[in-house]
Design a protein around this ligand. Structure first.
Ligand code: ADP
Ligand code: MG
Length: 254
């Protein structure tokens, strides 16, 4: 078992003539929390989408927990994996988006068990038991039978985190999970993410919450122009950025 949970080498992705990822190399260790910073349009979402294969890279390799995403090795060549195998790989990662997209006509509990039931074919009883424990963990045990529209945005986002955790992921990807929330609801979502980090979850978090990055990130990676501009501890990258591009970005986000 390697120490790396995520290994990315030479990742490239273009949309037409627009090069978004221009040869990225990133490693994330087991249990590490990495915050990904970068200007709007710098390819942060595309990177996360490539990691969980919602988007196919043009070149480069991504391995998660020792498995190459989307491919298998056959001697010296990489063969594309069938959809079913890709779905299995994807189920090892939880993703939380800016918009939570809960099913409006299902209860909170039903929303949380959905993935485990459909993708992992987990028996209903054990899925329910796990979902109840997860709702407890995100502080929403009392909301199991409520519907999404009866919850605040912060509560819905905590449900979305519980839903992702229901798949028992090895890796959690967060794409600006608090940027659609009213300011007073941001803290409760970041609190759940902090707990998760403390419990040892490997996490890649795209965020503009510098306080969170300072407190929780083991490492901060600043991307711009499709490449890693600089990376290091929060103290290094946020408090003492070396690159001019990092400095001007930080001046803008405050
Ligand atoms: P970020 O998350 O850092 O704001 P994105 O990864 O969302 O950046 O997008 C990077 C660039 O790629 C943007 O210019 C965006 O418009 C473009 N882009 C993203 N997805 C697509 C797509 N499916 N088709 C065309 N262009 C896209
Ligand atoms: Mg984005």
């Amino acid at each position: 078992m390697t120490k790396a949970m995520v290994q990315i080498r030479g990742l490239r992705k273009s949309f037409g003539s627009l090069t978004v990822l221009d040869g990225l190399d990133i490693d994330v260790a087991r249990g590490e929390v990495v915050c990904l910073l970068g200007p709007s349009g710098s390819g942060k979402s595309t990177l996360l989408r490539c990691i969980n294969h919602l988007e196919a890279a043009d070149a480069g390799v991504i391995a998660v927990d020792g498995e190459i995403i989307g491919y298998r090795r056959a001697g010296d060549v990489l063969q594309e994996l069938p959809q079913r195998e890709v779905a299995r790989q994807r189920a090892r990662m939880g993703m939380v988006f800016q918009r939570f997209n809960l099913f409006p006509h299902r209860t909170i509990l039903e929303n949380v068990i959905e993935g485990a039931r459909v993708v992992k074919k987990e028996p209903r009883e054990s899925a329910l038991e796990h979902a109840r424990a997860l709702l407890e963990r995100v502080g929403l045990a009392g909301k199991a039978d409520a519907y999404p529209n009866q919850l605040s945005g912060g509560q819905q986002q905590r449900v979305a985190i519980a839903r992702a955790l229901a798949m028992r992921p090895k890796l959690m990807l967060f794409d600006e999970p608090t940027s659609a929330l009213d300011p007073e609801l941001v803290g409760e979502v970041l609190g759940v993410m902090k707990d998760l980090a403390r419990e040892g979850m490997t996490m890649i978090v795209v965020t503009h919450e510098m306080g969170f990055a300072r407190e929780v990130a083991d490492r901060v990676i600043f991307v711009d122009g499709g490449v890693v501009v600089e990376q290091g501890t929060p103290q290094e990258v946020i408090d003492n950025p070396r690159a001019e591009r990092t400095r001007s970005f930080l001046a803008r986000v405050g």
